[in-house]
Ligand binder design. Structure first.
Ligand SMILES: [Zn+2]
Length: 54
């Protein structure tokens, strides 16, 4: 299922969010900042929201 994921650029270190489906075939992505295609999905955005410590 597609959802918003956090991506991290291995080149410039910036992170950004993009719709991603972990079960779909990989497709080319490029960093919005440096245009490198060395970007990796870290985790889905929802999991960060759930990490709030209480
Ligand atoms: Zn980059």
């Amino acid at each position: 299922m597609e959802k918003m994921w956090v991506f991290k650029c291995q080149r410039c270190g910036c992170d950004y969010q993009e719709v991603y489906d972990p079960k779909a075939a990989l497709r080319e992505r490029s960093c919005p900042q440096c245009r490198s295609n060395s970007v990796r999905p870290l985790h889905d955005v929802d999991s960060t929201k759930r990490q709030a410590k209480g």
